[in-house]
Design a binder for this molecule. Sequence first.
Ligand code: HEM
Ligand code: HEM
Length: 189
Amino acid sequence: MSELQAPEDPPSRYNSSSQGLHWLSAALMFTVVPIAWYMQTLAKDAPGRGDWYTVHKSIGMLILLLTLVRLGWRHFAPKPAPLATLRPWETFLSGAIHILLYLILLGMPLSGYIGSTAAGRPVTLFNLVTVPALFAPDKALAHLAHEAHEAGQWAVYLLVALHVAAALFHALIRRDGVLRRMLPAWAAR
Ligand code: HEM
Ligand code: HEM
């Protein structure tokens, strides 16, 4: 924005911090899931298996932290006004999917964390910092959380697929500027 231009009111795009947080969480999501697939193909005694689990859990905990920061940040940088060209049901549906995406960004790490700590297994950030266990070992709770983590993956696949397909549809077919709202000015021409 040039110095002579007034800031938009209300803004039509996400600001750079919201964009940065969005793309960082997206990149971490696209990393944590393939690591989960890979680590589960390894035999119990395969060398390095524990390290892959540590990396999966650590990235997952970073996603949780980042999501808490993001939700807090939303108070200072509220969501930009919806595009006027969208139909009301489209605005409603995208808002509903965003809420569900936030729920999986919280629910997947939480179920993973509860599943591990309640099973008595350590959770660290890359073996550098130990995340305190809030639960005493509890087999039933560990089992429940583990089931939720396993089932939750299907919500992740479905919601991320819908979200990315919608972004691509708007960018390539509608060409209505929905994707531009989440891109920095230099990439949004
Ligand atoms: C957004 C964050 C996360 C996502 C999207 C995610 C996703 C996944 C997926 C897709 C699987 C494979 C499920 C299966 O095939 O059974 C998995 C397994 C697993 N995840 Fe996560 N995860 C996340 C965070 C975490 C965290 C924070 C922890 C622990 C602190 C964790 C611990 C585990 C463990 C221990 C397994 C293996 C379960 C088993 O061996 O059956 N995950 N995760
Ligand atoms: C290539 C991948 C992705 C693209 C192209 C993309 C694109 C976008 C776009 C354009 C928006 C703004 C929508 C609007 O203005 O209404 C948005 C918002 C959002 N995206 Fe993504 N996204 C991607 C991946 C992800 C992933 C993996 C997640 C999380 C699992 C995610 C979670 C969200 C959330 C929660 C919002 C709402 C932000 C808010 O209003 O607070 N996105 N995304």
